[in-house]
Design a protein around this ligand. Structure first.
Ligand code: WTA
Length: 634
């Protein structure tokens, strides 16, 4: 029995999972044959989560190139097949299509442009792009020459961009004149200019002409991509990379401090992205597959670019937003391109569900075969709507639980597995989840606790850029010997997992991770603010919203105008996704006598659950709570 049998006989899944854990070396060396190696590996996993000997390596003696795996190896068999379809923000604009042969040419040229600017193996290249094909070309071009890409979501601020570039020592950024989303322009180049004033180490800016708008170009630093591309060759040999050479850095929010640069390496990551994409979506080339995420998030990395292209898929990339110009847009795109697999986030589904079924039923959707969900827990109501209305009951919903750190799907259904609305179901091959209580005791059978993973898997992150210790401290300190996910979960009597959400100070806004500490730091940077505490609150569409408690400085008027100013401030400091949904001015915050803010109480108040505030007797000043409850906003 092999993984290929799974699509024919779903009952293989349990046996394959058992084998992947009992014989990881045999299982993973067999799976590794999915990739095209320059030197095939002779070993699979080599890892230890113990503090004294902490290391994670996979396929260590293998040599390969990711871009060759995603492009070159398909040329002989499917050079004329469409690799990438691009759907513009404006539905009136003609979609663009690139065959594998065309993709090869584009990526080679892009790689040569980078080389011509002095980029070499191991250099960090920042990508700050709209959702245009050149974003995918840029990722693959870096992979081709062994440069490490660091994609910064185009919705992040100049400050956030500068901070991430400085953190990984990146002196080059690829951007576009402007992006477009929902009919509005996103001034990316202007943001890069601002970032370059903050981080003076930016030496090269490669600007892709996307909308054609006029932008300022700084002589010696800024170059138009098309001008350089016209001067370079369309041939570029892929660089042989060791399995454990870094492929990319992706910054993600944690519960403390600045965002961490999560590092993924070459072979294990690619295998994980490819295997999960092939099996979870039961991908059958040349069907059209569409992941509606942004390439700025890990979902875009693994499931728009690397996984699908490694599998020789036709992957669709969409520039715009789900509800523009109308709430039918997603379904119109499905029909226009005969999409077989749609992979999106619950927040988009909830927003579209609110508009009524008419926008969906006005379209055919007959091409759909598999549906996917990612980024946050999907509530059973949204799940049913997705399954019954969008998929007309014929398409299984793959509720995929995973994280930036995990590289790809971890707990997920595969087609054919009996589904339960709201459950991510069972662990994928090689994944050994456990539930632990607060003391670290393993819970058996049906239980609820901290979700941890007991064994390494190929797609596991390999480090935090520039901070080895932070990697260990963040994921392996609280519960020794296992990887701590930061999520809570419940396991039912059938062994199915139900993710209950973050157990740390990370909030999940519209499927995007936001650290409460980041929003707090942004708020206290404002002159009017003395202190701030940020927690999550329930939100109908976003899943969670951002609720900020703010104590202003003496002599500052805490009024509606200031609340608006602070909202705009955070937007500018971090980006629109960090904008607080509610700001409550508070003369004081609930603190223990040792000065620690009691977030548990702040969370309850934000949730409107004020009848069960628990023990407040340890507070330095219990009256603070009475005031907070009285002045709750929303
Ligand atoms: C949450 C996104 C429930 C979870 C791929 C996790 C989910 C965080 C699901 C990672 C799901 C993601 N069900 N919760 N299917 N998928 N999450 O790093 O809290 O942006 O820890 O990766 O999103 O977010 P990240």
């Amino acid at each position: 029995m092999t993984v290929a049998d799974l699509t024919i006989d779903p009952s293989c899944r349990a046996a394959l999972h058992a084998r992947s854990l009992a014989d990881p070396d045999g299982f993973w060396l067999e799976q590794a044959q999915r990739l095209d190696w320059i030197t095939a590996p002779t070993k699979a996993g080599d890892w230890s989560f113990a503090e004294s000997d902490f290391h994670v390596r996979w396929f260590d003696d293998g040599v390969l190139n990711v871009s060759a795996n995603c492009i070159d190896r398909h040329l002989a068999t499917r050079g004329d097949q469409v690799a990438l379809i691009w759907e513009a923000d404006d539905p009136a604009e003609e979609p663009r299509r690139y065959t594998y042969a065309a993709l090869h040419e584009e990526v080679c040229r892009f790689a040569n442009v980078l080389k011509s600017r002095g980029v070499a193996k191991g250099d960090r290249v920042t990508i700050y792009m709209p959702m245009i094909p050149e974003a995918a070309f840029a990722l693959l071009a870096c992979a081709r020459i062994g440069a490490v890409h660091s994609v910064v979501f185009g919705g992040f601020s100049a400050d956030a961009l500068a901070g991430r570039m400085e953190d990984c020592g990146s002196s080059i950024v690829i951007t576009a004149d402007e992006g477009r989303r929902g009919g509005k322009a996103v001034p990316l180049k202007a943001c890069v200019d601002e970032a370059a004033r903050i981080f003076t180490g930016i030496e090269t800016v490669v600007v892709v002409r996307a909308t054609g708008t006029a932008v300022a170009m700084q002589e010696g630093r800024d170059v138009w991509y098309d001008a350089v591309a016209a001067t370079v060759s369309a041939q570029c040999d892929p660089e042989p990379m060791a399995a454990e050479d870094p492929l990319f850095i992706l910054y993600t929010s944690g519960s403390t401090g600045k965002p961490k640069g999560v590092v993924h390496t070459t072979a294990g990551y690619l295998l994980w992205a490819a295997l999960t994409h092939a099996t979870v979506f039961d991908y059958r080339a040349p069907e059209v597959y569409w992941c509606a995420a942004d390439v700025g998030w890990v979902t875009g990395h693994s499931y728009i670019v690397y996984g699908p292209l490694a599998n020789g898929a036709t992957t669709l990339m969409y520039e715009g937003v789900p509800n523009w110009p109308t709430a039918s847009r997603i379904w119109e795109i499905v029909d226009r391109h005969q999409v077989a697999t749609l992979y999106t986030a619950p927040t988009a589904l909830r927003a579209l569900m609110k508009e009524g079924d008419g926008y969906v039923t006005a379209t055919s959707r007959a091409s759909l075969r598999v549906l996917g969900s990612v980024g946050e827990p999907i509530n059973p109501e949204a799940w049913r709507w997705y399954h019954d209305v969008v998929g007309e009951g014929r398409c299984p919903v793959m509720d995929t639980w995973w994280q930036t750190e995990t590289g790809g799907h971890m707990i997920t259904p595969t087609p054919g597995l009996p589904l339960k609305p709201g459950s991510a179901t069972l662990p994928f091959f090689g994944i050994a989840p456990q539930l632990l209580d607060a003391d670290g005791k393993t819970l058996e059978g049906a239980a609820e606790g901290n979700l941890v993973i007991a064994a390494s898997w190929p797609g596991q992150m390999r480090g935090v850029w520039g901070d080895e210790q932070r990697h260990f401290e963040t994921y392996f300190r609280t519960f020794p010997g296992v990887y701590t996910t930061g999520d809570g979960a419940r396991r039912d009597a059938d062994g199915y997992y139900w993710i209950t959400g973050r157990v740390d100070d990370v909030i999940n806004v519209s499927g995007h991770r936001m650290g409460t500490a980041e929003v707090e730091s942004a708020l206290v940077l404002h002159d009017a603010v003395a202190e701030a505490a940020v927690v999550g609150m329930p939100h109908d569409v976003k899943g969670q919203g951002i609720y900020a408690y703010v104590t202003v400085n003496a002599d500052v008027e805490a009024d509606a105008a200031l609340a608006k100013t602070l909202r705009d401030w955070v937007r500018h400091e971090i980006g629109p996704i960090a904008t607080p949904d509610a700001i409550q001015f508070a003369p004081g915050l609930p603190k223990t006598r040792s000065g620690k803010i009691m977030r548990r109480i702040l969370r309850k108040i934000a949730e409107g659950d004020v009848s069960s505030l628990g023990d407040t007797s340890t507070l330095a000043d219990p009256d603070v709570v009475t005031d907070l409850v009285r002045n709750r906003v929303c």
